[in-house]
Each structure stands twice: as C-alpha cells, then as structure tokens.
Write a protein that binds this ligand. Sequence first.
Ligand code: FMN
Length: 150
Amino acid sequence: MQNDEGQSGLSIHNIVYCSRAVHQMDKETLEKIISTAKYHNPRFGITGLLVFGSGIFFQWLEGPRDNVTSLFKIISADPRHSNVVLLTDEDEFRERLFPNWDMELVAAEDISVVLEDAMHTVSDPKQKKTLFNMVQELNKSELGKHEKGH
Ligand SMILES: Cc1cc2nc3c(=O)[nH]c(=O)nc-3n(C[C@H](O)[C@H](O)[C@H](O)COP(=O)(O)O)c2cc1C
C-alpha cells in the first residue's frame, strides 16, 4: 500500500535545498538550467521551482522518491554551484504544491508573493504548513534578507 506511493499519488517526495552560485549568474546560464529542467523533469514526474537571488539558489523538487533523489544527486554534482545544503528530504501525504511547473524560475523578489499565493490557494493544512516552513527556511537563508529600502 505505502510502497505504491508513486502510482497512488498520495505520497510525494520533497527535496528542498539551498546552494551558492559559483560564478556570476547571467540570464543565459539561468535560462539554460531552466530549459534543461523543463526538458528532463516531466519525463520523471518532477515539478517544482528554482529561486535565484543574491548569488543563492533555492530549489524545491517534488515527485516520485527515486526520481527526485536521483535528480538531486545529479544537481548536487553540478559545477555551476557549490555549498549545497539540504533543507528538506521527506515523503508527505498530500498533493503537489506546484503541479503545473516542470521547473519555474522565480526571482528572489517574487518568491514571497508566490508562496503567499500558494498558501491562500491550498486547503490541505499539511500543504499550508509545508509552505509556512518554506518561508521560514527562506527567511533564514540570505534570500530572506532582500533589501526593502530601509
Ligand atoms: C541550481 C541548479 C538547478 C538545476 N535543476 C535542474 C532540474 O530541476 N532538472 C534537471 O534536469 N537539471 C537541473 N539542473 C541541471 C543538472 O545539474 C544537469 O546539468 C542536467 O540535468 C544535465 O542534463 P543533460 O545531461 O541533458 O545536459 C540544475 C542545475 C543547477 C545548477
């Protein structure tokens, strides 16, 4: 029953991590990463989002456990970033948070809007809690220290 997780659609594996870009990230490099992700991720049932700001990546991957774990191994070894810090690595019995995003690039300024939007949309308390935790994690990382002009 529970080992059918991928097919049943009840359990979803989540990996959330932060990392530091090795070089200055230009638009082209970011677009290349996203287009690779948009090509591969749907084939593995993976959705999520990638946030970039202040030289820091923050990525949310959700999908079948084995696929998410394998992809994370590949991503971790990518020389375009380093200091990969795993924040979440767990199965949850809930719907996907980002079902329509093969991999969406979100600017750091927009992430709180995206998360707050999602928090209002979801009705599942577990999803709400996950989003809340994500905001907390973001606030702890450098992304949360985005200048607001004062
Ligand atoms: C921050 C970051 C996030 C990435 N996210 C993904 C992803 O979601 N999916 C993916 O397939 N590749 C992602 N990549 C790229 C992979 O590390 C790897 O380069 C790619 O999967 C190799 O694909 P290829 O063999 O078709 O060139 C990411 C890379 C970085 C630096």
